[in-house]
Write a protein that binds this ligand. Structure first.
Ligand code: PLP
Length: 394
């Protein structure tokens, strides 16, 4: 319990001691759930690859502040991962300075010539996906060599060399390897529909094999959806080794619409909780919140929760979005305000001011359920939790 309190007089800021009591909302991050999820993913890969094949190595993806969970917490939770992958060079440096000794991979690579010195100094690996990056490397002087994955655009049309340009780009990377600028080289692509369309994924994989055939180096193609699709990672042809890149599943959320995280044995690593700050009985026909979006169908008890869109809860959440109050599942009603939202207390009439509310996470609806109700995905909700929400590390 943090000593947040006002001194006896409680009236002026002069005699204030410590921090004021925060609003009753918090995001609890479970480091043990992060570790559990990593072990679950590794076990799934182990089972998949049992026929004498080595389990692929895991880059735990920790971009976007570890999907909203915090880079430091991810470092602890994913201590047993073979590597960490992120976007931001500063995050990679922070991991190295915090003592992470394993591989670090920048998923979008570097953006400026000046970044190369940092990659070199901190031994950070890079994705190469543009000829501009190769141009910069061709002008660079390094002390060590920099490991790199050359990325193919196999159909998603986001990042990567076109199949027709891939071989030439890889040969430029090999020349840089011979010149002592690049170290270990590998081949990479990213799937657009591993969550819902095996055929589209097969076509991307075929494109990958055709474009990279005969080129040496480790292979990295699988995100969470591909990693957790039974048999997929095991089928990837990678004689020089395979590295998977799971993100969302490590945080205990699902990459699939049709398969829950719980079904995969994953645990939610973030619980967004709050408390009721007001309750009232309203008569049939009473309206609730901005725009009077919700009209009470009968006399009912309504609760107000200390969580709003300024905390990262989606403003467009519709009536019916699941929420748990005092251990009982109920629904959001009315439009979400900046700092508050309303819930139907009919299923939990004993709820009072101070009753605990779980917006998502352990003992509440899953973040995927809330995302589904709101027409988005758990990824977005986890990343959007606002800095003003106090965090507790469990
Ligand atoms: C290149 C790359 N690899 C891996 C991932 C991890 O994806 P997921 O969180 O779906 O596992 C991402 C996320 O968007 C990505 O951009």
């Amino acid at each position: 319990m943090v000593a947040n309190y006002w001194r006896a007089c409680g009236l002026c800021r002069v005699c204030f001691q410590g921090d004021p009591m925060p609003r009753p909302i918090q995001a609890t991050i479970s480091v043990s759930a992060l570790s559990h999820n990593l072990r679950t993913v590794m076990r799934a890969l182990d089972q998949d690859c049992s026929a004498g094949r080595q389990r692929p190595s895991v880059w735990a993806v920790i971009k976007a502040n570890a999907y909203g969970h915090g880079t430091d917490e991810a470092l602890r939770g994913f201590a047993d991962a073979e590597g960490l992958a992120m976007l931001d060079l500063n995050d990679a440096v922070r991991c190295r300075e915090a003592g992470w000794g394993g591989p670090l991979l920048l998923l979008e690579g570097f953006f400026e010539t000046a970044d190369i010195e940092v990659l070199d100094h901190y031994r950070i690996s890079t994705v190469l996906h543009t000829s501009e990056q190769l141009d910069m490397l061709e002008q660079a002087q390094v002390v060590h060599t920099i490991d790199a994955l050359v990325k193919l655009n196999s159909g998603m049309n986001r990042l990567g060399f076109q199949p027709s340009d891939y071989r030439a780009a890889f040969q430029r990377a090999q020349a840089l390897q011979e010149a002592g600028v690049l170290g270990e080289l590998g081949k990479m692509t990213h799937f657009a529909r591993a969550d819902d369309d095996p055929e589209a994924t097969r076509v991307q994989l075929d494109t990958f094999y055709r474009a990279t055939e005969g080129l040496p180096g480790r292979v990295s193609v699988c995100n969470s959806a591909a990693t957790m699709t039974p048999g997929l990672a095991a089928q990837v042809v990678a004689p020089d080794g395979q590295w998977v890149r799971p993100g969302i599943c490590l945080y205990g959320a699902s990459p699939y619409a049709h398969r829950s995280a719980a079904d995969m044995g994953l645990l939610p690593a973030m619980t967004l909780s709050a408390r009721l700050i007001s309750t009232r009985m309203v008569p049939a026909g009473a309206q609730v919140g901005y725009g009077y979006r919700y009209t009470a169908p009968c006399a009912m008890k309504v609760g107000v929760v200390a969580c709003g869109y300024a905390d990262g809860y989606p403003r467009h959440a519709p009536d019916g979005t699941p929420v748990t109050v005092a251990g009982v599942r109920t629904q959001l009603i009315g439009r979400v305000s900046m700092d508050m939202l309303a819930v139907n207390l009919s299923p939990v009439p004993a709820a009072t001011v101070g009753s605990p509310v779980i917006l998502w996470g352990a003992a509440g609806p899953s973040v995927d359920e809330v995302g589904l109700a709101c027409g988005t995905i758990g990824y977005e909700l986890l990343c959007a939790v606002a800095p003003r929400v106090p965090r507790r590390i469990a």
